[in-house]
Design a protein around this ligand. Structure first.
Ligand code: F6R
Length: 614
């Protein structure tokens, strides 16, 4: 939610900030703005409602000369998307400009107090309160910017990543973090800061991830200084980035989403690499091997996640219960955190998050850890908050996911959960070694299976034309295909704005069946698994009521082929691996329907990729 960028150095400040904002646009695109300070001693603030391209248009005839700058792309929380509510916000006397990602929960109390001291406010945002508070403290105490920021942050309750610049000292950026990400890029005679490393990866590979409660003082010509809220100094831990610039480009595809769908053979290969060894006979996951006793003694596993990651979590339940015989509960992180969870040190809590920054998942992980549970993180984003707040974990290694609708991260999450379940089963002896080997061998072939399924692309594109103008869709599946149905429906909703519901196929007859008519297509995920006969009945029930059916079936299926209106065939494979394969035609179907409707699939309305607010 919201992306921030900052730069100080001899490069072209405006170009660096704008390029950085484009990279962070996945975090929000309701408005964008920047503040520049140059040798002319002026603090120039330009803002515009809408995407970063609107800001660029607005800046065309403006003075852009600068030595330092901060910039912001917004996902609105307090106050509608508008020029006025766009960041940066500046102080009453116009001497400070600030950008913020997060929410200030006690902003109302602070605002009332500042108004009593004569401050006037121009926006509806919580952020303006913060910049006014910093300025108020600075004037009252006649102190430096960093001292004023520290005192202000000690009064603030909430989440923030901020960057502040000051008219009188155009050689310094003060930045701070609490529960919202911030990373500093150290170049030669130049320093960057951003919500993630993507804005500066082509300039430097040296990065410092700020921790909660830290304030960075970035001063031109001086080494980086990091202080804590109690004014003690923090050690600087420089990490080397593994990100490459080609991972951040569309590589000839019209959209990141399509690129990411087509990347799946290679992302799954990377995700599996080194984790399935001895020709598939052994599973090797460091995060488990380093904590064998924990997994041997675990009495229960609780998985917390949001959105698409929650759908992967639900698959995790099926996988772990089937393979490890450990009871598993799956919770929405946002509900779990406020549900007075009962946990102890024999519980393992798995927190799944592509971004590693989702506020609810992060909070759930912290609560679980505080209660003594062992917390295991599954994330895609190296150095993000969740992996840093957990006892152990596994990265997806599927590369940065930029399209707002999750695709390759979902299949990566399901793959990691499959490997985790197999790894724990191997450890606890709940599966025979030849059963593990049989699945392990098939896992090594998954990239080839995905390649084959992607050949359905043109067929799905043609099929999408028939259903572009449907107003409602039903997605049905049983067993391992039920979470796939939920995920298929979510994909369609979020990028095409068509209402879609995912349902366990057998539950349909308890209500949703009333909706079925010729106007409402059903997408039925029906691979040849142990529930096949059951789902054939559900397919017949839909057809008997005049519904149109798109079915995902296993190659060679003849029964459903004769009932459904359209079939999409996937290769045969062990039941536990089918979700990775059957979810891919659904990603493509959503993509093409959204494209036919002229929607912006990479930046769907109201959404953001990294949800750092509750
Ligand atoms: C949907 C989607 C979201 C995310 C959710 C959690 O395509 O991307 O539903 O899955 O916001 O995000 P992470 O996984 O980053 O915690």
């Amino acid at each position: 939610m919201c992306g921030i960028v900052g730069y100080i150095g001899n490069g072209n400040v405006y170009d660096i900030l704008i390029k950085g904002l484009h990279r962070l646009e996945y975090r929000g695109y309701d408005s964008a703005g920047l503040a520049l300070e140059g040798e002319d001693g002026k603090l120039k603030v330009y803002k515009s409602k809408g995407k970063v391209s609107n800001l660029e248009e607005y800046c065309k005839d403006k003075s852009l000369d600068a030595k330092v700058g901060i910039a912001h792309t917004r996902w609105a929380t307090h106050g509608e998307p508008s020029d006025c509510n766009a960041h940066p916000h500046y102080s009453e006397d116009g001497k400070l400009a600030l950008v913020h990602n997060g929410t200030i929960e006690n902003y109302k109390v602070l605002k009332d107090a500042l108004m009593q001291h004569g401050c006037t406010f121009h926006s509806e945002t919580d952020t303006e309160v913060l910049v006014q508070l910093i300025e108020y403290i600075k004037v009252k105490n006649n102190c430096s910017l960093v001292d004023a920021v520290r005192e202000a942050l000690n009064q603030v309750v909430g989440a923030y990543a901020i960057a502040v610049i000051e008219k009188e000292h155009p050689d310094t950026i003060v930045a701070a973090r609490q529960s919202s990400p911030l990373v500093i890029g150290i170049g030669e005679d130049e320093t960057f800061l951003a919500s993630d490393a993507t804005p500066f990866v082509e300039y430097t590979k040296e990065a410092v991830y700020l921790n909660d409660g830290e304030i960075a003082v970035i001063k031109q010509g001086e080494p980086l200084k990091i202080l804590k809220l109690d004014n003690s100094e923090s050690k600087i831990d420089v990490k080397t980035l593994e990100l490459s610039i080609s991972q951040l480009e569309k590589g000839g595809f019209p959209h990141f989403m399509l690129k990411e769908i087509f990347e799946q053979p290679s992302t799954l290969k990377t995700c599996i690499r080194g984790r399935v060894v001895d020709d598939g006979r052994r599973i090797h996951i460091n995060g488990i091997n380093d904590h064998k006793d924990t997994f041997l003694n675990a009495k229960r596993i609780v998985i917390v996640a949001c959105g698409t990651s929650w759908h992967a979590a639900l698959l995790g339940k099926y996988l772990i219960q089937d393979m490890c015989k450990i009871p598993v509960e799956v919770e929405y992180a946002s509900e779990f955190r406020y549900s007075n969870p009962v946990l102890d040190n024999r519980d393992v809590v798995i927190a799944i998050s592509q971004s590693g920054e989702t506020a609810d998942t992060l909070a759930a992980a912290k609560i679980a850890r505080k209660m003594g549970a062992f917390v295991y993180g599954i994330s895609n984003s190296v150095g993000s908050s969740i992996p840093r707040e957990t006892d152990s974990g596994t990265y997806l290694h599927v590369g940065p996911e930029i399209g707002v609708a999750s695709t390759k991260a979902f299949t990566g999450q399901v793959m990691v959960l499959t490997l985790l379940a197999l790894g724990v089963a191997q450890l606890r002896g709940t599966m025979e070694s030849d059963q593990i080997a049989e699945i392990g061998k098939e896992i090594l072939r998954i990239p080839d299976y995905v390649e084959k399924v992607l050949k359905l692309n043109e067929k799905i594109e043609r099929l999408s034309l028939i259903y572009t103008y449907a107003r409602n869709f039903l997605y049905l599946g049983r067993g391992y295909s039920y979470p796939v149905a939920l995920e298929g429906a979510l994909k369609l909703k979020e990028i095409s704005y068509i209402h879609a519901e995912g349902y366990p196929a057998a539950e349909m007859k308890h209500g949703p069946i009333a909706l079925i008519d010729a106007e409402m297509p059903s997408v039925i995920i029906a691979p040849n698994d142990h529930l096949y006969e059951k789902i054939v009945s559900n397919v017949q029930q839909v057809k008997a009521r005049g519904g149109n059916i798109i079915a995902i079936v296993t190659e060679g299926d003849t029964v459903i082929r004769n009932i459904a209106d359209h079939v999409l065939e996937v290769p045969p494979m062990p039941e536990c691996l089918t979700p990775i394969i059957t979810s891919i035609p659904l990603q493509l179907l959503s993509y093409y329907i959204a494209i036919n409707k002229g929607k912006d699939v990479d930046m769907p309305r109201n959404l953001a990729k990294s949800v750092t607010v509750e």
